[in-house]
Structures are given as structure tokens and as C-alpha cells.
Design a protein around this ligand. Sequence first.
Ligand SMILES: *Cc1c(COP(=O)(O)O)cnc(C)c1O
Length: 480
Amino acid sequence: MSELLANAYSAAAFRQQGHALVDLLADHLERAQAGTDPILTYHDPADQLAHWQADFNQPPITDLLPLFAELVQRSIHVHHPGFMGHQVAPPLPLAALTGLLAGVLNQGQAVYEMGMSANALERLTTQWLARKLGLGATAGGLLTSGGTLGTLTALLTARAAAAPADVWEVGTTSRLAILVSEEAHYCADRAVRIMGLGTEGLIKIPTNDRFQMRTELLEPALAQARAAGLTVFAVIGSACSTSTGSYDDLMAIADFCEQHGLWFHADGAHGGAAALSDTYRPLVSGIERADSVVVDFHKMMMTPALITAVLYRRDADAFRTFQQKAQYLWADATAPDWFNSGKRTFECTKRMMSVAIYTVLRTYGEGVFADNVDVLYGLARRFAAQVCGRPGFELAVEPESNIVCFRYVDAGRTPAQTAELNARIRQQLVEAGRFYIVQTTLRGQLYLRVSLMNPFTTDAHLTALLDECQRLVDDYVREE
Ligand SMILES: *Cc1c(COP(=O)(O)O)cnc(C)c1O
């Protein structure tokens, strides 16, 4: 081995670097959670690139800390109480630490020997979650890299189960389609197109004034699709949707699917975790009847990205997704080789995701997940009440989850002017660095959008957010 390689693999250096890094990150967590520093220090993309380009051209470093500190400083701080933008969890420090373990052990997982414990923990954690969702004794699943890939995986399983011919052998021989709400996450659209079903493969069902699928329109949509020569094979229920966090009526979708022999997929990437809360469990009523469910641990379950569960009511279904006929007959429900993860997942090599979930469960118990849902969903309801109590501010819809869409309106402005004002509020908020929120367009209107992902966010922070919005409105009016 060269001296360079020997240095790069030095266990002694790792020990020293690791301690220093953990100290740096612990300091970062303390500061971020206290919320005293800005959430992000904004540089435009060209400046950011120029900074790193200059750094890249420097000679090799011996002290890592300045580099790590710079990376922290030039990143958005998801543990800051003002972080309420996208649906990314401030990960539990313990869950992040398991990433270090997973990185060092580097279990490839696809075959048993390359992930002996990893495969066992994956089995236990997915079965645990399936049980919590109420999917029953024969349920199981797998872990994969994100809800987008999880949705594709579940829809591939659905197609394998439902298509008239063996798709794995002969390809898609009929014009297949699925039904989704118009508010469904774009990953459904993407999956359908990857599967080669084209634009006609995704039939969008309109939503009601609460942005939930109008399930009474499923029946006519199915009839119309059939009349047009399409074979509908699945329906996706959103639990919850991304823009407004609205839960579809999963019970009605389950009834419809049962009646017509369709695969029921529940997209619980964000909101499936509500099943763990006694208070919010009713929101996902019906999820226990789904054929497949996707839940992101990196959203409401406090792990770093990406860790997604794809759960099946009949665990054996998972073996149909990527298997040739002879092989999936062999891996039947009574002898499924759950320990060879690669058989059922899109990935061949994948990270040891299960260790993050398992360690959190073993250390804090499942109550930590319920607490997180309770805190964040409760916070959203109280924030909505604050919005309603402020003259000029309005909600898009009463929140069902921890996602709240709101805006400032006054009678004198056209819709375009209202949109411009709200977009400006958001831009200035983000640049000021105390709050990070996003925006979305609902039925043609621009709304400010918060996802309350951080249990360090309090009612007082949300009052301060609205005060800040009001101040920006006042500035704007003064300038007019
Ligand atoms: C976030 C999200 C997804 C996509 O999941 P990723 O893990 O980001 O790939 C899918 N569906 C819903 C409802 C989501 O909120």
C-alpha cells in the first residue's frame, strides 16, 4: 500500500477527526436549536460556486475543521426554530450518528452476507411500521431511497399483480392507467411515465374545497377510462398531499378499489406517521386496507434522508416487483427470502438504512414518533388560529397536518398584485434569515406555505413570523 493510502485509511486519524467533527456538530446543534444565528446566509448560486471553486484550487488540507465549519455555515440549518419551509426533518442527533456507523460498516445489503444485521433490522422495522398502520399479520415491506423511488416500486408491484399479461416477460401490452388526485405528489406522474404509460396513464381526479380527492368522481372516471380503451389498475390516495397537507378519504378509496379489483396504494410519504399518534390516527383511517403504502422516515420520523418504507399488506407481493416468474413462484409467502434485500428493491447496493430506525426505536421507543406528530400537528392548528385572528391574513384551508398555507390579502388589490406582495414577503423573510418559508400556487393563487417540521418551533416563533409578515406589508404599503 502507498503511504498516501495508508494515511487515508488511518484509524488513529479517524478517531481524532471524528471527535473533532462530533464536537463541531454538537456546537452547531446547540446554536441552531437556540435560533440565535440566521437559518441561512444567502449567497446567490454563482457566488456560492465561486467560493467553492476558489477553495477547490487550494493545496490539500491537514486540518479538517475549517472546511467542516464552512460547510455548516454555508448550509441551511434545519434545526433552527424558524426553519419551516420544505418537508425535511431536523434529524435526531442519534439517527445522524447511525449514519456514521452505516458509513463505516458499509453493508451493501443486496445479498444476506453483505448485510446480515442490516437485513434483519430492515425486516423488523418494516414489520413494526406495517403493524402500526394496521396492515395485518402477513404485512411486510422494505426500505428504499426516498418516496419517489418507493412510489415507483409500489406501482411496479401493482402492475405486476394486476396487468393482464406477465409484464416482466412481455412488457406492457395493454394501455394501462392509474387514478390519482390532482393534488398528488409529482412522483406519481413521474412513475407512470417511467413505466412507459405516457400522459394517458395518469388520470387526475379533481379535489374538493379541502383539496381532498372527490372520491365520488372515481366511478365516472373509471367508466370513461374503460370506454376509451384503458385498463385502470391502481388508485393512489394521498395521506397527505404535499401542497396543503390534505388527507384523502382512504376508506372511500379502499371501498372503490375493493369493488373494482384495483390496487390501492396509499402515499403516506409525509403523513403516514399520523398512524402512530392516538390523536391523529383517524386522519389515516382506511390506510390499513391499502395494498401498498409509502412512508418517509426522513419527513415526519426524524431520520436523515433518505429512508423510505414501502409496505405491502401481503408481504409476498413485494417479491413480484422485480422477479422473473420462476423466481417469484419460488419466493412464495411461506418461504420468502426476506434476507436478500436486493430481490425486492430497486437498488442493488444500498445503505444500511434500517439502523437509524432501529436505534431510535431501541433508545427512545415508538413514543418519540407519536410525540413528534402530536407536537407538530398541534402547532399547525394553533398557527392557523393565529392566522385567522389577524386582519388581512387568510388560510387556504384549515390544516389537517403540519402544513399550513396562508397569505395576506386586502380588498384594494388585484389577484396579480396580491401574488406579488406575498412573493415579496417571502423573499424578504428568507433573506432576513430568521424564518425560512416557501410558497405554492393553489387554484391559480399564490400562498405562503409553512411545514412545521421542527419541534423547537413554538407558538411565540409563529407569532413573530406573522409580526414580521405584517411589518413587511406595512413597509410595502408605505413605499407605494
Ligand atoms: C415528499 C413526498 C414524496 C416524495 O418523497 P421523496 O422522499 O422526497 O422522494 C411523495 N409523496 C408525498 C405525498 C410527499 O410528501
